[in-house]
Design a protein around this ligand. Structure first.
Ligand SMILES: Cc1cc2nc3c(=O)[nH]c(=O)nc-3n(C[C@H](O)[C@H](O)[C@H](O)COP(=O)(O)OP(=O)(O)OC[C@H]3O[C@@H](n4cnc5c(N)ncnc54)[C@H](O)[C@@H]3O)c2cc1C
Ligand code: SF4
Length: 486
């Protein structure tokens, strides 16, 4: 077996050190496990894939290689590299997903709807797999239990401590190398490799550790996953989320085993249906959906910017230095762990960037650099399609909101120096003016969208004086952000 550690890849962006440690350590552990299992493994630590392939074909001229199709498709470049090096590359189906390429394309061909709609795909997948199905009908009678899944926990609630793994010798070695090679080494990128403020590395790097995370989730966190999946708490960065994205994306776990373990918890009556269905929807629905939408639409997503947003990324995304309590805490968590949960990514980070007018492709690069679970096939559709509405490939409307949303779902606003109820004037919560200013600026594009009718009726209720004050406040917010004074 051939494995290539192509280090120049790691220099493309100022990646969070934990992302680099995770990927390289997981690769090296995989190499060792393969060898222990009796496989012959060639492992090249080189600058580029070209270097690795050249070295391999010097040892094994004219060899045939077999590669599992990368999650986002696109193996042509590797095929050419192998051919140039004198070999041949067979590409086989990627079996790390539940829905094959052919199955998704068949589902799409059978529909007459425009665009991709997750709910249709999810129901199709439930029927195809039989997961949570009973005689052709969804278990419990409903396809989803969202109504039960928008709660916030009581003050005395605290989730179990999330699992963490003490770095072994391999991980420590990778960690030292990452620090030596990458810390501060990015001349082109803002804040170089030193923007993160990492805690000790904690992510699973072997299948055994990944299975421990799955078990911990199903035994200790799954019950509360559903009701609190949209909630945010300052003292609970993981809430009851599974923390399984890195293990799924690296292939340490297969989505089928993850889904089946969660369903088993429901069948044994150790987790309620609303939590289990909510979790199955994320893994069987959203994750597979994003992968195939990216595979088919990556060219459109690559440059998408339908709202013509051109603002640079405010510095606070890198430094966390802002008085906005919600943003400061979420970004602090990203700087420490390369992670935040879904609602923080969507309704705090993407929300502020979208209403601020940040160029979606610039935001996408930040997410890629900052998150341990970021890979093109999953980050890009989430940021460009869902988070910023830069493309309408998979969302029908932007996910933007005022402080009302953050206040309802979190405990941040009570201690924030900004006033959550004020829209304009000194110390008014920035989310409020930015939200209305966003609607005003994008009226030509968004008013005709039938799902935006209600919010535009509120915009219509505002007189010109109010609208001017909103625009002034939004301008002041942007100015303050540029001076690092927000
Ligand atoms: C702006 C933005 C950027 C994102 N970037 C990434 C990314 O780079 N990598 C990534 O894996 N996920 C990304 N997501 C999706 C989601 O936020 C993460 O998968 C999730 O927060 C990971 O934490 P968890 O494992 O604790 O997930 P849980 O909340 O426990 O969910 C369980 C699993 O469902 C899957 N899942 C849930 N939602 C999605 C989704 N929208 N797309 C794909 N898979 C999903 C993940 O595999 C996740 O592990 C992004 C979402 C948004 C809004
Ligand atoms: S008041 Fe505004 S900035 Fe402060 S925590 Fe609430 S939503 Fe965030």
């Amino acid at each position: 077996m051939l494995l290539i550690e192509a280090r120049s890849f790691a220099e493309r962006l100022p990646y969070h050190p934990h992302k680099l440690v995770l990927v390289f350590s997981a690769m090296r552990h995989f190499r060792d496990e393969l060898r222990e299992g009796g496989r012959e493994v060639r492992y090249y630590q080189v600058e580029t894939f070209e270097d690795g392939l050249t070295a391999y074909f010097e040892e094994y001229p004219h060899d045939d290689l077999t590669l599992m199709r990368p999650a986002g498709g696109g193996s042509e470049r590797l095929q050419k590299l192998v051919a140039d090096a004198g070999g041949h590359l067979n590409v086989v189906e990627n079996d790390r997903f539940r829905c094959s390429q052919a199955q998704f394309d068949e589902w799409d061909a059978d529909r007459d709807a425009d665009g991709y709609r997750h709910e249709d795909f999810y129901r199709y997948m439930r029927r195809e797999t039989g997961y949570l199905m009973d005689d052709g009908e969804p278990v419990g009678g409903e396809w989803n239990y969202d109504e039960d899944n928008r709660e916030t926990p009581p003050a005395e609630w605290s989730p179990p401590e999330p699992p963490a793994f003490e770095p072994d010798e391999t991980t420590r070695e990778v960690g030292e190398w990452v620090t030596d090679r990458f810390d501060g080494g990015y001349d082109e990128a803002p804040y170089g490799g030193s923007w993160a403020d990492p805690e000790p590395f904690r992510w699973p790097v072997t299948r055994e550790q990944a299975l421990d995370v799955l078990e911990d989730f199903c035994q200790n966190r799954l019950t509360d996953f559903g009701p609190y999946q949209d909630a945010m708490r300052r003292d609970a960065w993981a809430m009851s989320h599974s923390l399984l994205s890195t293990s799924l994306n690296l292939g340490l776990l297969h989505p089928s085993e993850v889904i089946e373990r969660a369903i088993e918890a429901y069948e044994r009556e150790s987790a309620p249906l609303n939590s289990v269905e909510g979790f199955v929807r994320q893994v069987l629905g959203w994750r597979e959906f994003m992968r195939h939408v990216y595979r088919r639409e990556q060219d459109r997503l690559a440059g998408a910017n339908q709202l013509d947003a051109t603002e640079p990324l405010p510095d606070f995304f890198w430094t966390g230095e802002t008085d906005m309590a919600c943003l400061a805490d979420v970004i602090d968590g990203v700087r420490r762990r390369g992670y935040s949960h879904h609602i923080e990514r969507l309704m705090v980070l993407s929300n502020v960037a979208t209403t601020f007018g940040v160029d979606p492709q610039v935001l996408n690069r930040w997410f890629h650099a900052a998150y341990v679970d970021a890979f093109h096939w999953v980050t890009t559709p989430n940021v460009v399609g869902m988070g910023t509405f830069a493309s309408d490939v998979l969302s029908t409307k932007p996910y933007t909101a005022t402080s009302n949303y953050v206040d309802r779902m979190s405990d941040y606003c009570g201690t924030c120096p900004y006033y959550k109820t004020k829209t304009t004037g000194e110390n008014a919560c920035p989310f409020n003016a930015l939200y209305w200013d966003f609607l005003g600026r994008n009226e030509d594009r968004l008013r005709s969208n039938h799902r935006m009718g209600l919010v535009y009726s509120h915009w219509d209720d505002k007189d010109e004086r109010e609208r001017d004050a909103i625009r002034d406040r939004a301008t002041a917010i942007r100015r303050a952000a540029r001076k690092n004074e927000l």
